[in-house]
Design a protein around this ligand. Structure first.
Ligand code: NI
Length: 179
């Protein structure tokens, strides 16, 4: 297992649509392990394969900050099969530096996918886990949470990011939940 580098916005790889996993191989299992290790090292509550430059439809999540590993979820080819209600959560992302914003998403989702043994896994989620599942599945489609906020807010962020990348100084706003 290895901790991998997490790509940061505006890296173009983050904008690509990831491909479904046709067959779970040893390489798939190794990739999932790397993703789990990278998520915990970051630390974050979720990670999608494209964030480490692997364009496969795989996500890992663990929204429990207290007891790491107890609620670990690994999903291959996840699909949202049901969603209902609305909730607003202050989101951040391991691939979007020093920025958080309120994002409106479904309050409850049901997600179906495969585990590493190619068995079907079905998860019903609400609150942060529902947010994180939707956020990670967005990554598989090349979408970031900043695409789901107002254009004004996004433009403010991208201007601030450009300025900070030029100056080498960190930005003032610190993320709370890193998905
Ligand atoms: Ni993210």
């Amino acid at each position: 297992m290895a901790v991998r580098e997490i790509l940061k916005y505006p890296d173009p790889v983050l904008r690509k649509v990831a491909l479904p996993v046709e067959r779970v191989t040893d390489a798939t299992v190794r990739l999932v392990h790397d993703m789990v290790e990278t998520m915990y090292a970051a630390p974050g509550v979720g990670l999608a394969a494209p964030q480490i430059g692997e364009l496969h439809r795989i996500i890992v999540l663990d929204v429990d900050y207290q007891e790491r590993g107890k609620r670990l979820i690994k999903l291959i080819n996840p699909v949202i099969c049901r969603s209902e209600g609305e909730q607003i959560w202050e989101e951040g992302c391991l691939s979007v530096k020093d920025f958080t914003a309120e994002v409106k998403r479904a309050a409850r989702v049901e997600v179906v996918g495969l585990n590493e043994k190619e068995q079907e896994v079905r998860i019903e989620a609400e609150e942060l886990l529902a947010v994180a599942l939707q956020h990670e599945i967005d990554h598989l489609d090349g979408k970031l949470f900043i695409d789901r906020i107002s254009r004004l807010r996004r433009d403010l962020y991208t201007r601030r990011l450009k300025k900070s990348l030029r100056s080498g100084k960190p930005q003032p706003e610190a993320p709370r939940v890193l998905i």
